[in-house]
Design a protein around this ligand. Structure first.
Ligand code: GTP
Ligand code: MG
Length: 425
């Protein structure tokens, strides 16, 4: 029996994990393959998960929530926030790294086979960037889990808004190393999620719980393929990556509806799919129009979709939205919600896209990084924690080459022709 192990890192990663396990708990009775995410002991099921943070505040918050029964090795914390990538990765992180690997090892021991790690964090913070980087690297080296897929669900800084020097450094320094170790990186940002919630729900007040609810829905739909349908999801993300290092996936989710709006907002299937694939529904929004390379649509409903046989036709008519190749999956389950004000819709959808329009967001991040680094703004803070100057330059170079690679996909035909011509030479 193969399984997934969840790792929730830093304040945001831990709170997303909290929301996700509350959702899994609601889905528990429908979950056919419980051993995929739980460890069974004497008929009880305990989450296969680690919540880890350099400080204790958020961890205690999860422990206060009694609706999910965790085992003691599921929690680990230090004494204070890391704040910077450098402290999370070096001094602060070093203190808890071995313990974290031990907590994982102890839980994994009981599993027949480990297929994947599902990892949540926000890379603006010191722990979510630095410690997460350190841990994903050590999973390969010290942990020996090189062959195990590692799928990250990562909150990026909201770049148009944030001019925060520390956020920018943390994000750029971490993502360039993390992507060496992560099979896929599904990306979100808080501003885009806020926009989507505002557009779909029009609430007076939106807080982190609403945003975390969205991230939890995306992860739950993905693992749901295994938990409910026993469907092989081993290539779910790799099928969306034209090359292993172009592994950034942008999700969209719909529809979210308030309890008392339930009936009014049902959409006809084609409208629904079209709606999901638009720029405004993305949970990481780029200024230019989508430029889809590879995509996957995941529809989730309790009964077989009435449009099942017709999905192909719908799909053909919507080629424009889908990029060069796409898959469609159906996850047969209810759509529970953790937040009481949200309705459990009959059908929801998640649209995953590897989208070359990400270039402008990455470029904006790189420009900011370059500007701050050139003036040596706060670089001392990082160097004092054990980082070297060359790590700044390497991060910059790697991000530029990622941008060049994605940029070439903005004109796919040209890209293919260039490769063909090179082959002819
Ligand atoms: N979506 C979401 N974002 C959050 C949440 N909490 C914080 N954030 C965002 O994530 C960024 C990083 O915050 P944390 O995750 O708390 O930071 P950390 O990883 O614990 O790192 P340090 O506290 O610096 O050691 C913040 O700037 C917030 O924008 C949350 O619950 N959900
Ligand atoms: Mg923190």
């Amino acid at each position: 029996m193969s399984s997934a192990f969840h790792i929730h890192i830093g304040g945001a990663g831990v709170m997303i994990g909290d929301m996700l396990w509350q959702l899994y708990e609601k889905e528990y009775n429908e979950t056919n393959q419980k051993n995929y995410i739980y460890n069974e002991v004497d008929g009880n099921h305990y989450p296969l998960a680690l919540f880890v943070d350099t400080d204790d505040r958020m961890i205690h918050e999860v422990q206060r929530n009694k609706s999910v029964k965790f085992k003691k090795h599921s929690f680990l914390h230090g004494k204070e926030d890391a704040l910077t990538y450098a402290r999370g990765c070096y001094d602060g992180g070093r203190l808890i790294q071995d313990e974290a690997l031990e907590c994982i090892r102890k839980q994994i021991e009981t599993m027949d086979r480990l297929d994947e790690f599902v990892i949540t964090s926000s890379i603006s913070g010191g722990t979510g960037s630095g410690f997460c980087t350190r841990l994903v690297a050590e999973l390969n080296w010290q942990g020996g889990y090189r062959e195990v897929r590692k799928n990250g669900f990562i909150i990026f800084p909201s770049s148009e808004m944030s001019n925060n020097i520390i956020d920018t450094y943390n994000a750029v320094l971490s993502i360039n190393i993390m992507r060496e170790y992560l099979t896929s990186i599904t990306i979100f940002d808080n501003q885009s999620m806020y926009n989507v919630i505002d557009h779909q729900l029009g609430l007076d007040f939106v807080d982190y719980q609403h945003l975390n609810n969205l991230v939890a829905q995306i992860i739950s739909s993905y693992t749901g393929l295994r938990r409910f349908n026993s469907e092989d999801n081993s290539e779910f993300f790799s099928n969306m990556c034209p090359y292993p290092h172009l592994q950034f996936i942008i999700p969209s989710y719909g529809k979210l509806t308030l309890m008392n709006d339930y009936n009014r907002k049902e959409l006809e299937s084609k409208q629904f799919i079209q709606y999901l694939t638009t720029k405004d529904q993305k949970l990481y929004q780029c200024p230019s129009n989508p430029n889809h390379i590879l995509t996957t649509l995941l529809l989730r409903q309790q009964y077989l979709n009435p449009f099942f046989g017709k999905l192909d036709i719908i799909h053909k008519n919507l080629d424009y939205f889908f990029g060069y190749r796409s898959d469609i999956f159906q996850c047969k389950s209810s759509n529970y919600q953790v937040l009481p004000e949200l309705a459990e819709m009959k059908q929801t959808g998640t649209f995953f896209s590897n989208d070359a329009s990400i270039v402008s967001r990455l470029q904006a991040l790189l420009d900011k990084f370059y500007k701050f680094k050139k003036r040596q703004a706060y670089t001392d803070t990082y160097l004092k924690e054990g980082m070297e100057n060359r790590e700044f330059s390497e991060a910059e170079e790697r991000l530029s080459s990622l941008i060049i690679d994605y940029d070439e996909f903005r004109n796919f035909e040209q890209y293919i022709n260039r490769d063909l011509k090179q082959d002819e030479l």
